[in-house]
Design a protein around this ligand. Structure first.
Ligand SMILES: [Zn+2]
Length: 297
């Protein structure tokens, strides 16, 4: 009797209430790699709801590097596992670097457990292959609450869906409706959505630029002279997928003097790259983080 009473007591409840019931993903359409003809099963699995495992980190995506996604929709999709360069959260999945809402749907065909993060303009990024989903995210889907940038979404602890090893699979759509209906003709190019994962840079001025003459330097007038305060990749094009200008010397070291020619989009904006002249060559560097550059007055 005592045992029954203990079980009945809301031990796991607390202020947030009990965890939602797990969802069973029953699997579905196996995937045949169009090139290799190899068949990967769509594995069934159980998606459980868990307490939030870590606080929001708006910078979670800041340093993550894109990798090829050649087995399926290479221009639209991305896989991230705990070995991807720049990913600092292991098997935990964190949301985009701007506040977002979530769709009230946690299953995605061929990926298993999923969270759909909806940004202010409707762009919706799906995070798939999750076996654990945050109860806080589930609650926000019911209430319509906006979650802080970089909120913990869930974890990939095991294979689920079409998946050779645990990881998260990302894709994005123009709207939440397109996302939950899986409309493949409404996918957004990853070159467009990937920068949206990164924290908005430049909107909040760096502490040292809030006063005095440095304020003027936070928005350069081009062309501008600058010195690197952080090492940055020196690339042949305005994107993290572009190759490097100087073979064997991918990064320009701290202290490198350069000329900023232009920035697209605006200097300090998410995903911004500057065309620059450095080491006698022309190329591109990231310009989404003003504190990485000391601008000459
Ligand atoms: Zn994938």
């Amino acid at each position: 009797m005592l045992a029954v009473l203990l079980l009945a007591a809301p031990l796991s409840a607390g202020a947030e209430g009990p965890l939602p019931k797990p969802i069973h993903y029953k699997g579905g359409h196996d995937f045949t790699n169009p090139k290799t003809k190899r068949v990967v099963r769509d594995l069934p699995g159980t998606v459980v709801f868990v307490k939030e495992k870590e606080p929001p980190d708006a910078q979670a995506w800041r340093d993550v590097q894109l990798r090829p996604h050649n087995h399926y929709c290479p221009q639209y999709c991305m896989d991230v596992n705990n070995h991807v360069k720049g990913w600092k959260h292991g098997i935990n999945v964190l949301g985009p670097g701007a506040p977002f809402k979530v769709a009230n749907r946690f299953i995605w065909g061929q990926t298993g457990g999923a969270v759909y993060a909806i940004l202010a303009d409707g762009l919706t990024i799906g995070f798939g292959h999750l076996t654990q989903i945050s109860a806080r995210v589930h609650r926000a889907a019911q209430t319509g609450e906006e979650l802080p940038a970089g909120t913990y979404l869930g974890s990939f602890t095991a294979r689920i869906g079409v998946n050779d090893s645990p990881h998260m699979h990302l894709q994005a759509w123009k709207s939440a409706d397109d996302a939950v209906k899986g409309r493949m003709n409404k996918l957004v190019l990853r070159s467009v959505w990937f920068p949206r994962l990164k924290a908005p840079g430049g909107e909040k001025p760096a502490p040292e630029s809030t006063q005095g003459p440095r304020q003027a330097s936070s928005r350069p007038s081009f062309p501008a002279q600058a010195t690197l305060a952080e090492k940055l990749g020196f690339r042949t094009g305005p994107g993290l997928e572009a190759g490097f200008v100087i073979r064997g010397r991918n990064y320009l070291p701290v202290g490198t003097r350069l000329t900023l020619i232009e920035s697209k989009p605006a200097f300090g904006a998410p995903g911004a790259f500057c065309k620059v002249q450095a080491a006698g060559k022309q190329g591109y560097i990231r310009c989404d983080k003003p504190s990485a550059l000391r601008l000459s007055q």
